[in-house]
Design a protein around this ligand. Structure first.
Ligand code: SAH
Length: 470
């Protein structure tokens, strides 16, 4: 970092602005948000600045300006509108040892003004060291939309209660209290305009403790890999989590969205090993939630699709723990999207079947014919190792040898890879191209294709195709 962000104390201090025109007025508007005294150093002031002086919000130093003018100021803005004059004034200000910002002359700046999101006392400052002011503004806009307009007042209310909370709530429980205050009823009530109710909820919780145990398990869908395919709710849960239990397929980028001090526990199964059997995962998430922690069980894709969610839901409910599912983008959706193609195609496929190529040992074999009747897009998860078996079974069930197959590996990640073939080439493609997991195999048993193959004799097909394109 060439510059380091800090928040300067402004109460009881002076900020000098050299200049009396529009540039100076822009800086004055910024400093008026603070508690600093404003000293305007310029022979003449424009009406806006003159009004500030008249109202007592600023004082006026008509001249002459010397290094003394800047002495002991918290900050100086040099903004006369004349670059040569600015340079001379900046030299005086810096000679006085004052942190100086000179408009449009970065080499004459000790400090730069950030883009600011103002929910005072919550203040977000964004800077790019001058590399991309437009980006700073884009980031500002996004943060503005994340923080409700009245969050500052609520933050101030919470600040006023800090001492009372520290007095009556022992330290270990304090963080849970504040997390509750900023995520549950108090903040929600305040954001909705019910200030008094919010204050009452806070005071009641200080007096009588939190309304109910806050242990919660969220089974959160991490999506297929790319972190911008997480839902906003998933990000929120990650940021609230005390502990995150995550799988092998969850991208490290996604974990970066969590709070820095949240505990992260890898419970995935390394290929070939099985160090975390399901019952052990069930037990640890339940134990963490019973200890009052916010638990996120982060699973790839959608937790409700081949994600063993049922076992974890049952374990949580058996212990009376609140549990929820935060859905995610499943691998089949991401695979089709990555190819720029829809999972269903009107007139060709009007049904999507999510199936696994790998069932539980001892389960009956799937009814392949029923899985992929004409008009179906069959999305096969965990199918790579069984490609030969899948191909043989689908062909035997009557799916046309020419049915389109798309294989997408690591959809939405940097390692994304696409292959296309026909059903009769599936096994050969998987082996020949050394297709690696994770991969989705999409088999499209299109109605039209099936209809053409079944009804129209081979000799007549070119004529039909011609007619269709006419
Ligand atoms: N709950 C997950 C699926 C877990 S099962 C979901 O909804 O997506 C694991 C299988 O999902 C893998 O074997 C693979 O078939 C598929 N998979 C997961 N992530 C994938 C990705 N990024 N690209 C392709 N397939 C993926």
């Amino acid at each position: 970092m060439k510059t380091f962000p800090m928040f300067l104390r402004m109460t009881g201090r002076t900020v000098v602005i050299a200049g009396g025109g529009e540039q100076a007025a822009q800086k004055a508007r910024l400093i008026l948000k603070t508690e600093a005294r404003l000293l305007l150093a310029a022979p003449a002031l424009d009406p806006e600045l003159a009004a500030l002086v008249a109202s007592g919000r600023a004082s006026h130093h008509p001249g002459p300006v010397t290094a003394d003018t800047f002495q002991n100021a918290a900050l100086a803005f040099i903004a006369t509108g004349c670059p040569a004059l600015d340079a001379a004034l900046a030299t005086l200000s810096r000679a006085a040892g004052t942190v100086t910002n000179t408009v449009d002359q970065p080499e004459l700046c000790d400090a730069f003004t950030p883009s600011i999101v103002d929910r005072d006392p919550l203040v977000v400052a964004i800077g790019t060291e001058g590399a991309a002011p437009v980006l700073a503004r884009q980031v500002k806009t996004r943060i503005e939309t994340m923080l409700e307009p009245r969050l500052g007042e609520f933050t101030a209310m919470a600040g006023r209660m800090r001492e009372a909370v520290a007095r009556s709530i022992p330290k270990p429980a304090r963080r849970a209290f504040w997390r509750w205050a900023f995520t549950e009823a108090p903040r929600r009530l305040h954001a909705a305009g019910s200030e008094r109710e919010a204050a009452r909820a806070l005071k009641e919780a200080v007096a009588k403790g939190l309304p109910e145990a806050t242990g919660l398990i969220s089974l959160v869908g991490a999506g297929p890999g790319a972190r911008d395919l997480l839902t906003l709710r998933a990000v929120q849960r990650l940021q609230e989590a005390d502990v995150i239990f995550y799988d092998r397929l969850v991208d490290p980028e996604v974990l970066e969205l969590a709070r820095r001090d949240a505990e992260r526990v890898f419970v995935g199964k390394e290929v070939g090993a099985c160090s975390w059997p399901q019952h052990k995962i069930d037990a640890v998430i339940v134990a963490a939630a019973r200890a009052g922690q916010r638990v996120v069980r982060l699973k790839s894709g959608d937790p409700g699709i081949f994600g063993r969610a049922t076992e974890e839901l049952a374990a949580a409910r058996a212990h009376g723990i609140t549990v929820e599912i935060v859905p995610g983008v499943t691998a089949a959706s991401a695979s089709a999207a990555a190819r720029g193609r829809s999972l269903t195609e009107r007139g060709a496929t009007d049904r999507v079947v999510f199936a696994t190529g790998t069932c539980r040992a001892g389960d009956a074999a799937p009814d392949w014919g029923a899985l992929c009747t004409p008009g179906t897009t069959l999305a096969l998860y965990m199918g790579v190792a069984r490609a030969a078996e899948i191909e043989a079974n689908l062909l035997a069930a009557g799916v046309p040898a020419t049915a389109e197959v798309e294989i997408t590996c690591s959809a939405s990640t940097a390692a994304e890879r696409h292959l296309a073939c026909t059903l009769s080439d599936l096994a050969r493609t998987v082996t020949g191209e050394a297709v690696a997991n994770p991969a989705i195999i999409l088999v499209r048993n299109s109605k039209q294709r099936a209809a053409v193959a079944e009804i129209v004799p081979a000799a007549a097909r070119p004529a039909l195709a011609l007619a269709a394109s006419a």
